[in-house]
Design a protein around this ligand. Structure first.
Ligand SMILES: Cc1cc2nc3c(=O)[nH]c(=O)nc-3n(C[C@H](O)[C@H](O)[C@H](O)COP(=O)(O)O)c2cc1C
Length: 191
């Protein structure tokens, strides 16, 4: 692996009992794992319960902070809940600030409907504008998510189209991560 590999934190954005998110996250993290130019760190919100009072000294918040801070880029695995995002994911975002700032963000989304999570992503774009985080134009989306599982509950996305979408988004993420890192090396954000 390239020693200058872009550090990508993948956030598993659902904590629901019976959630599908780990299947989608595993598929996507494997994509990053195949690239020489990126290193992946998966943060599962189920293992990292964020405090509802947003206490920045909460032990879980404190323990996750360095992993988010060292990230050059993020990819959020996000299901659509009521045309928006799951509550625990919003709480995670609200528990941090500088850790998100001026970094590129990719979106992998899904839902039961044909909308495929697009409305959740548009919601996230608004939220991340607050941090000057930059959402990738192209996203990976799985409309009618259940149709991407076989009878034995294996996640079997239409590989050709989905692989292409993942590559497009990761290429964009890599370009922006490098560009923003170079800019910050010349002049730190908030200087
Ligand atoms: C509270 C709730 C609201 C939902 N709202 C939507 C929705 O607005 N659009 C949609 O396509 N699917 C919606 N769904 C379906 C979820 O996107 C789908 O069940 C998905 O598998 C949830 O992700 P998870 O299994 O990783 O938690 C909703 C599911 C829940 C639990």
């Amino acid at each position: 692996m390239d020693s200058n590999a872009i550090k990508v934190v993948v956030v598993v954005g659902s904590t629901r009992k019976g959630r599908l998110a780990p299947n989608v996250a595993r598929w996507f993290a494997d994509h990053i794992g195949q690239r020489e130019d990126m290193a992946v760190d998966v943060v599962d919100l189920l293992d990292m319960p964020m405090p509802n009072d947003l206490d920045d000294k909460d032990p879980v918040v404190v323990s996750l902070r360095p992993r988010l801070a060292q990230a050059d880029a993020f990819v959020l695995i996000v299901p659509e809940y009521n045309r928006g995002i799951p509550g625990p994911l919003k709480t995670l975002i609200d528990c941090y600030n500088v850790e998100w700032e001026a970094k590129p963000i990719g979106f992998v989304t899904y839902g039961l409907s044909m909308a495929g999570g697009v409305r959740a992503v548009e919601h996230l774009r608004q939220i991340f504008a607050e941090f000057h985080s930059f959402g990738m134009k192209d996203i990976v989306t799985f409309p009618r998510i259940l149709s991407h599982f076989d009878s034995e509950n294996n996640f079997v996305p239409d590989l050709e189209g989905c692989n292409a979408a993942a590559k497009i988004m990761l290429d964009q993420l890599g370009w922006w991560a490098k560009a923003l890192s170079a800019a910050k090396a010349i002049r730190p954000y908030r200087s």
